[in-house]
Design a binder for this molecule. Sequence first.
Ligand code: SF4
Length: 158
Amino acid sequence: MADAIIDKDYYKDYVCSFFSDNIGKPMDKIHDTNNWCGAGKMIAIDAAGTFYPCIRFAQYSLRDKKAIIIGDINKGINQNLLRPFLSLDRCTQSSQKCIDCEVASGCSWHQAENYDAAQTNTIYQRSTAICKMHKARVRANNYYWNKLYRKLKTKRTE
Ligand code: SF4
């Protein structure tokens, strides 16, 4: 795909979201206290009026775990049930391998997928099923940007 986009000059008129020059770098420490997703700071409501931290925590979205319900349209949000979500950030849920990872930028996680894939009922165990795919994407990006910069540099010096 990188070859086609660059060789046929598609990059001039189109953007392919697979390729971003922001991904594949170590994470800046200023992001250590950020979370990737908004679960716990937003609300999702099903047709019965039940509230969830995200629709992915509803029973029909989960593979193995029980739904996490935080209230309903009659009783409102139970703030106490949101407590576990308050201290979620990159470091509280990642393994040391991910915290120190040299290509971590752009490697995302999803709170309910973490919960669904975890060995216990925790939301604090980051799923790394994406790991090989992210690293492959980073390598493809290195190829793409190198090739594009070389082409543009060659054109400027022609
Ligand atoms: S899942 Fe893999 S690529 Fe992503 S931050 Fe962790 S070690 Fe790095």
